[in-house]
Design a protein around this ligand. Structure first.
Ligand code: 4AD
Ligand code: MG
Length: 454
């Protein structure tokens, strides 16, 4: 059925790319707009394959028969001839030889009937908003970004590991867990507490210690009560892990990765990126291209604090060595000081997770966040603590029990290696390259505190 110009349907993207004058075509899709007049009537149809619509020219008789049913939103099937178009902005149009209204759409109460609809309103119709222009482009880009993520790793020989979604431990130790229970057997099903994973890192480490270069890419869940434009309760994370590697290897991988997938995704969908450039964030394509193709800055946390102190800015949250970096500090560094992506490394040990490698100074860890303009943190990564005695000490300092992580400690007992990796927030990357301002608008059905309605 997926033949290039099948009798079932040919995607509009394919027609625009390869159909020749006079070809018989079948177009299926939904009516974006229609215009009826005595002499000639048009229906503009989209099918999700491209931001472009196809103009269907109806005969007077077809227009007369279907006029009432061809309003915005109606599902249609059109058979016709591919003909050079006299209209500006489109090389071809379809002269319909037959048109079927597959599914009518009552204009009286169709929620997307109005032209100007706010993002907030569209969230209340998350089941219909994929049909709106912005979301058409967002979800095509989301798909292309995911494909580019896999291509990047597959071309470099990384194994994709399907780490579990039902997790037995709190990988980040931050306590932001959703508990999983089975019907009326709260903790009985597995015999111990089980949670939705906050990260696949710990499990993927065990595969790095067998295959060297691996990654996990899947949904993660956090019960943090942060109602911000950059936090979701369910989001996707990409987590590569390298054995026989130190922090600088991890940063090099992260930089290559961000550069390659940003460029690759923009290359794949030029028309959608034109839309973001013109309608969502003016100039975004040139600005992303420019900053991803330059080397990313690298500074330590200590240097970051010095820059913040020297900035003369008054921040809402405290600065100075030992204070935690807030979004306002991160955005100042990336947006105003470096005007591009910046890796901040070597954070105070107290601020970071138990598994990060303790530096020789005894007070910082080999961790790094990547900060970017407009978003702040998009990557968190580190070299891992591979020394058994040191990691046990780090767990004890945090009051963590060893029992649930016995297997993770085993990795330090049997053939341990220096290793490390990072986690990229998939939606934050998507927001960054499209200019979309709220994480709720790049997730198909967003889950945030107080909201999981669909
Ligand atoms: O910095 P985080 O917590 O790092 C980890 O989970 C590590 N296990 C990663 C690793 O080293 N393998 O999360 C990684 C990234 C963040 O930088 C951010 O982009 C994203 O995940 N993220 C969120 N995105 C949306 N909503 C949330 N609630 C997020 N929390 C983290
Ligand atoms: Mg982080």
């Amino acid at each position: 059925m997926s033949g290039k110009h099948s009798a079932r349907r040919t995607p509009i993207r394919v027609l625009l790319g390869s159909a020749t004058e006079g070809a018989s075509v079948v177009v299926t899709g939904w009516v974006k707009t229609s215009r009826f007049s005595k002499n000639v009537s048009f229906v503009h149809v989209y099918d999700g394959s491209t931001p472009k619509t196809v103009q269907v020219v109806l005969t007077a008789e077809q227009a007369e028969t279907h006029r009432a049913d061809l309003g915005t939103g109606a599902a249609v099937r059109v058979e016709g001839t591919w003909v050079a178009s006299p209209a500006a902005g489109q090389p071809f149009e379809v002269h319909a030889t037959g048109i079927t209204v597959v599914g009518a759409c009552d204009p009286a109460d169709y929620p997307l009937q109005k032209k100007a609809t706010s993002m907030e309103f569209l969230r209340t119709v998350a089941h219909l908003r994929p049909r709106a222009n912005t979301f058409q482009s967002v979800f095509r880009v989301r798909n292309a970004l995911a494909a580019n993520v896999h291509r990047f790793f597959q071309e470099r020989g990384f194994l994709w590991i399907h780490t579990p979604i039902l997790a037995s431990a709190d990988a980040e130790g931050a306590g932001e867990l959703f508990s999983v229970t089975a019907g009326d057997a709260p903790e009985g099903f597995f015999g111990h507490p089980v949670y939705l994973t906050v990260s696949g890192q710990l499990e993927v480490e065990s595969f790095a210690q067998a295959f060297c270069d691996v990654y996990t890419f899947g949904p993660t869940f956090r019960a943090e009560n942060s109602n911000t434009a950059r936090h979701a309760s369910e989001f996707w994370m990409i987590e590569p892990e390298l054995a026989f590697a130190d922090l600088s290897d991890v940063l090099s991988l992260a930089e290559d990765f961000v550069r390659t997938v940003a460029n690759g995704t923009m290359d794949a969908l030029p028309d959608d990126f034109d839309f973001f450039d013109q309608r969502i964030e003016k100039g975004i394509v040139a600005s992303i291209r420019d900053i991803v193709n330059k080397p990313f800055a690298r500074i330590t946390y200590t240097e970051a604090q010095e820059i913040l102190a020297a900035s003369g800015r008054s921040f809402q949250f405290p600065i100075g060595w030992g204070s935690s970096m807030q979004a306002e500090h991160e955005r100042f560094l990336a947006e105003e000081h470096f005007k591009g992506p910046v890796f901040v490394t070597d954070y105070p040990v107290e601020q970071k997770a138990f598994y990060m490698r303790l530096n020789d100074d005894g007070r910082t860890v080999a961790a790094s966040d990547l900060l970017v303009p407009r978003i702040g943190e998009i990557i968190g990564g580190s070299q891992r603590e591979e020394r058994l005695d040191v990691i046990r000490d780090q767990m004890a300092r945090r009051g963590m029990g060893e029992a649930p992580l016995w297997w993770y400690l085993d990795l330090r007992r049997y053939g341990t290696t220096p290793h490390g990796g990072f986690g990229l927030g998939f939606e934050r990357m998507l927001m960054w390259i499209t200019g979309m301002q709220n994480i709720r608008d790049v997730l198909p059905f967003p889950r945030t505190p107080g909201s999981a309605d669909f």
